[in-house]
Design a protein around this ligand. Structure first.
Ligand code: ZN
Length: 197
């Protein structure tokens, strides 16, 4: 087995955390983090959102002279999570803020999502009976299922806005995506007032 630590940035010669970090922003011109559902029927969402905002996606690798992958041309990173719920994406957002800096977070919930097929009480009861475990306090109750798209998108935009890992200047959008027509409908847009930001 190779020494796996050889493949970490911090193991490279002359590595210095504060000097190294700005190189990330040069390697990828990241602007948008997208949180969406991993339902394969909604797999077009990253491309549709990229087109809507004029982002580059999926883009391609940037190689150095030796052929190593040292960057990428995409400007949008998708985060695929159950239901596209923001609670599962905030750690990814904060990490991307730290490494690349971002301008925008987009949350997308889609038609006939599995998260609209059960209730919070229903999934808690099912885990009790089927797995003998109590998940009632394991998750934020308002982030488990989707009972109403307008409410879930507004709630998730609020989760992102309230998170300390999301800088004040970041724009936050919530969209509904129709998996059958491909139509994207804007439900929430939270654009900070730059004068007072
Ligand atoms: Zn879904």
């Amino acid at each position: 087995m190779p020494n796996l630590n050889d493949f970490s940035f911090r193991a490279q010669p002359r590595f210095n955390e504060s000097e190294f970090r700005p190189l990330f922003a040069k390697a990828v011109n990241l602007r948008t983090v997208l949180i969406h559902c991993f339902d394969p029927r909604a797999s077009e969402v990253p491309a549709v959102v990229a087109q809507h905002f004029g982002e580059v996606y999926p883009g391609e690798n940037v190689l150095d002279e030796a052929g190593n992958r040292v960057g990428h041309t995409t400007t949008l990173f998708p985060v695929s999570v159950a239901g596209g719920r923001a609670v599962a994406g905030v750690q990814s957002i904060a990490t991307m803020v730290h490494l690349f800096g971002i301008e925008r977070v987009v949350v997308v919930h889609h038609s006939f999502c599995g998260a609209t097929s059960f209730t919070t009480d229903g999934i808690i009861d099912a885990f009790k009976h089927e797995h003998g475990s109590d998940i009632s306090s394991a998750f934020d109750h308002d982030s488990i299922c989707i009972s109403d798209f307008e409410s879930s998108l507004k709630y998730d935009a609020g989760v992102v806005r309230a998170h300390p890992g999301v800088p004040r200047h970041v724009e936050i959008y919530g969209f509904f995506y129709n998996i059958d027509t491909g139509e994207l409908t804007e439900v929430v847009s939270d654009i900070p007032d730059t004068v007072n930001a």
